[in-house]
Design a protein around this ligand. Structure first.
Ligand SMILES: [Zn+2]
Ligand SMILES: [Zn+2]
Length: 355
């Protein structure tokens, strides 16, 4: 049973338009996928509240929902947003989100017809994160078939207007109290039929091609972030812009390092005597060797901070995070008789007076 739309937005059942809008924006801010990268629960919640707002902000849909609930909407053909991707939802509500997320406030993104967006996932190493990396991605895309110029009909023939729907692609169906339109079964919503299909595209009007797209992955990127490459998605219908390509970046963890944004953490082992007496040691950081000074009397678990030897900060493009080295002190498991004598002598020697 899907959750109640009023409960999802935490509004009373008689909430007016302003209250709804306010509640939706506040909730959307919280579970916005850009603020919760990789969090599937937040994304699902974002879709649920968007669906709730879509219904309740539309007087007709709201009336159906109030009287017949979720089932009523379903029989009206409203499928909700679960199949939609987050970007589609943004475009849909761009007038609401524009000023919040800098998506251009309902201007250019409004056009309804454009190519679909594509999503591709790639993995980079932690080291590639240090300087950023250029990748050539092989993107399988649909292209207009050049043989038939997208019509799908064989050379010398034309697609015919569908007899089932008169070219609209829709047929009216009566279901109980509702009149609804559904895609014409004869032409599958295309509005036209092809008698003699074009060979290279099998009548689809489009062919699958692989295109190489160069993408620059910025230094400091974190797992779950997405890059948008404008215009490298699917081709739109003739005269409309291409969709965008989204590149979801995963950063393969390096077993030597823990990562916290731009900061890196690692464990270093130092011999017991060096921890007591102090000294220096060399640590192989991601970008080369770094010499670290150890104070005399360094305790196990001490964290030494090496400034600026973490990863670049992605937010302001200047400066790097720090490297945090956690000291583990190695106690020898076996001692020679001479070492045992030395340690016994050490133990019986005077310690400095406690202050
Ligand atoms: Zn063709
Ligand atoms: Zn038809």
């Amino acid at each position: 049973m899907p959750a109640d739309y009023y409960d999802l937005l935490s509004v009373p059942r008689d909430a007016d338009e302003r209250t709804l809008k306010k509640a939706y924006r506040a909730a959307a801010m919280e579970c916005h996928p850009d603020r919760n990268p990789g969090d599937a629960a937040a994304e699902a919640r974002f879709k649920n509240i968007s669906e709730a707002y879509e219904v309740l902000s539309d007087p007709q849909k709201r009336q159906i929902y109030d009287r017949y609930g979720h089932e009523g909407l379903k029989s009206q053909g409203f499928g909700g947003f679960h199949g939609a991707n987050v970007e589609d939802i943004f475009s849909h509500f761009s007038d609401l989100f524009g000023d919040f997320f800098g998506l251009g406030g309902g201007g250019g993104r409004r056009q309804a017809r454009r190519g679909s967006d594509l999503l591709i996932e790639i993995e980079i190493s932690l080291k590639e994160c240090l300087d950023g990396v250029q990748r050539e991605l092989e993107i399988p895309r649909e292209h207009r078939c050049e043989t038939c110029n997208g019509s799908g009909a064989a050379a010398g023939t034309q697609p015919q207007t569908c007899q089932g729907c008169g070219g609209t692609g829709q047929v009216q169906v009566v279901k109980g109290i509702f009149h609804m339109s559904s895609p014409c079964p004869r032409c599958r919503g295309q509005g036209r039929t092809i008698k003699d299909p074009c060979k290279p595209c099998h009548g689809r009007g489009r062919v699958r091609v692989t295109k190489t797209v160069k993408v620059g992955i910025p230094a400091g990127i974190e797992s779950g972030m997405r890059l948008r490459v404008t215009g490298q998605g699917e081709e739109g219908p003739a005269g409309t812009p291409n969709g965008d390509l989204y590149v979801a970046v995963g950063v393969t963890p390096d077993p030597r390092f823990e990562r916290q944004g731009p900061d890196l953490g690692a464990e270093v082992h130092v011999p017991m005597v060096k921890a007591c007496l102090g000294g220096t040691f060399t640590f192989e950081a991601l970008d080369g060797a770094v010499e670290v000074t150890l104070e005399p009397g360094t305790q196990p678990g001490t964290v030494l901070r090496v400034r600026g030897r973490g990863l670049p900060r992605i937010d302001n493009r200047s400066g790097r995070g720090d490297l945090h080295l956690r000291v583990a002190v190695d106690i020898p498991r076996r001692l020679t008789p001479a070492q045992i004598d030395l340690l016994k002598a050490f133990d019986s020697a005077d310690s400095p007076a406690a202050t």
